[in-house]
Design a protein around this ligand. Sequence first.
Ligand code: DUC
Ligand code: ZN
Ligand code: ZN
Length: 478
Amino acid sequence: MSFDLVVKGGTCVTASEMFEADIGIKDGRIAALGEGLNGEDVIDARGNLVMPGGIEAHAHIAQNSATGGMTADDYTSGSISAAYGGNTCIIPFAAQHRGMGVTETLDLYDSRAQGASVLDYSYHLIVSDPTEKVLTQELPAAFKRGITSFKLFMTYDKMLVNDAQFLDVLSVAKEHGALTMVHAENAGMIKWMTDRLLARGLTAPKYHALSHPALAEEEAIHRAICMAKLVDAPLLIVHVSTPEGAALVQNARDAGAKIYGETCPQYLFLTHEDMDKPGMDGAAFMCSPPLRDKATQDVLWQHIQVGTFDVVSSDHSPYRMDETGKLANGPDAPFTVIANGMPGIGARLPLLFSEGVGKSRLTLPDFVALSSTNAARLYGLLPQKGTLAIGADADIAIWDPAAKGVISTNNQHDNAGYSPFEGWKVTGLPITTLSRGTRVVDRGQLYAKAGHGQFLPRAKFDATGRKGTHLPELDIAR
Ligand code: DUC
Ligand code: ZN
Ligand code: ZN
């Protein structure tokens, strides 16, 4: 058989094994793994690692914030930055704001993504207004469209759901086979801290971190896990930033509950001291939950190593440091009206590889699991995406494990205009990304055009391996 493309002579890495093989690609899919394969086109991968492309499962792209601002990246720039960073698939958010229907929300994001992305994509649906119609008609219709995950907020006045609404959404999700994700911080604690800081005139960006105490995350994660256990629904706690929060996830999963966890590079590599900068410069490092401290970083790494976290995602939230983004409310705005979030979709994998694999914290299969395979499994994309297997889409990242680089705004290819990881030295870089067997990026050059990326309908959530919880009182209340 002659292949359209052969990736030749590399070391293949999956989430479970490593092997030397050529990869034969036909019609966009992996058609053979073997020796001596020939094709019309050949990529010489000798000396390099051949891995499933990263799946970036937490990114805010072409998204309106609740305060009306728009992220600096659209589906074109966001997906290009992702591809340069070794990703072949993205799952940003489609955000329902109060008063909007879910169908209307998904139509809007379809119009933003179609024809724009260089990588295949789906969205998680943010639900902020779970009306009766949403619960009984629109969420089931969203599942039929292949949107099988969504996110709830426990904080932000314009986005949060109350506990009863949370349980309603979890129940509908469970019935249809969707995975709920949650931003878990206690709204009242944040508001109380914020009011006290503002009353004392402490409005600089660095006070954002103080206004979001670790206890606010701990309390909300505990409550969220209890709600998921009440209805035995799967729940993924996104952007876990504290040792206490991570321990709650670990204990719940060890007990067999359907609880999953995510952390992000900013909690592993940055601290709140990065926000302590003159003027508004600290705003570049404002995110929610906020940056913590060095001791927290070490604990989060330990949790990555023991499997508490299924995924390490970027939480790419690009807002420029100007009046279109972070400074939309003026050059002296208090931290309460500065957009939360930082860019990082292109830096996620080089940082995780260099600091994880390069510092012997992770094996190569661990890296593949955390960057790609686990996301594919959680979000209903396996085995089409997230692995190197016959029949899978040829979504492949070829890495030079010895290449050295320095993360800089200039090599991130996004529209944020800054990188919070500026100056970080990394060893190991993606040199080629293939999407369905087509070169997206190869040795620094962009080849794919906007519109190459297609919408991916996703399969139901599969909780195999967790015994779950069974509360007798629910049998009566059902
Ligand atoms: N939550 C996110 O997931 N991203 C950016 C800001 C936020 O609050
Ligand atoms: Zn969040
Ligand atoms: Zn986010």
